[in-house]
Design a protein around this ligand. Sequence first.
Ligand SMILES: *Cc1c(COP(=O)(O)O)cnc(C)c1O
Ligand SMILES: [Zn+2]
Length: 365
Amino acid sequence: MTEFVCNSCGERYPENTKEYRCKCGGLFDLVTGKTTFDFDKQLSIKDLSLWRYEEALPYTGEAASKITMGEGLTPLVKVQDGLLGKAEYFMPTLSFKDRGAVMLVLHARKMGFNSIAIDSSGNAATAVAAYSARAGIKCSVFVPESTSEKKLAQIKAHGAEINLIKGPREASGATAREFVETNDSFYASHIYNPLFYQGTKTYFYEVFEQLGGRFPDGFIIPVGNGTLILGAEKAFEELQSAGFIHKWPRIIGVQASGCAPIYKAFKDGLDVVPQIESSGTEAEGIAIAAPARGEQILKVIRKSGGDMVAIDDDETLKARALLAAKGIYVEITSAVNYAAYLRIMAENGGKLWVIPFCGAGIKSS
Ligand SMILES: *Cc1c(COP(=O)(O)O)cnc(C)c1O
Ligand SMILES: [Zn+2]
């Protein structure tokens, strides 16, 4: 039994609700009947995709059998001593967004929605477009005009209707929300719908399994809307309540200096994230000036004993070239993670860190 619950007033909404947020304006959390699961039992499951963790997921691999494309269980690649990179560019649409997209589209299909809408800076829309095509659901995407042509071509190939929206990233979100309010379309938002984090949490389950039942000392995680960080929160909570970990690993959140509202709020010691004016960045995938779940993201980073860093575009481009020289080609946004690692290493040294290679190099120019 799955329900959505408002994180502000506590009102509950049934799993087939078309609302994407509470009438009071609050955001949804997810309540599932599942509180804990048997990790050892999972390890005996042969499925080599994220569905091996079905005990911890709201849907089973069987339920997903018509739309799965083998997403998940990406390799953990040694970058250098003390650093592993999780190669999310091995995903069906070449970014980690497939983890969440498969959950949202599966949910839409189970609830009988025939039309889906999403706004994104590119990768989330690509992922939702691909899984919608697979599920036979009509998909409308709302993306900024500045979106990489490579991502647009990918979205178009899956037959989604593309709406190019003028103005900052937020304008695409506003237009998508107007659309779902006036059309019979399900808002498959990676920002508003908490089912997305059920998918992204598997990133952390996988690392835990791949390291033989432990976590690294720290995770470096890029933050735009925080979908990977919010997956970390779920995974850490669940593995802790199941007794597999006693302490959370540290989370270092990374933003681009040109658009770093969460970095700023963190450093200012705030509990909420005031909207900022973006001064622009090449890291299009994390350029979010007004993150809807900012408050929650700050809490997660602080709870992990973590920190925030902001990376300039020239550091990002340098890090991208350094990775490429090691045989690893990531999209520009994804190079912020390696740049952050180089900075942290210089300041802290030692220990084992994991960074995500969120998206493939051919997704950006
Ligand atoms: C989505 C994405 C991120 C993380 O952004 P969130 O909005 O925090 O989920 C980072 N890098 C790339 C390439 C992405 O597509
Ligand atoms: Zn509410």
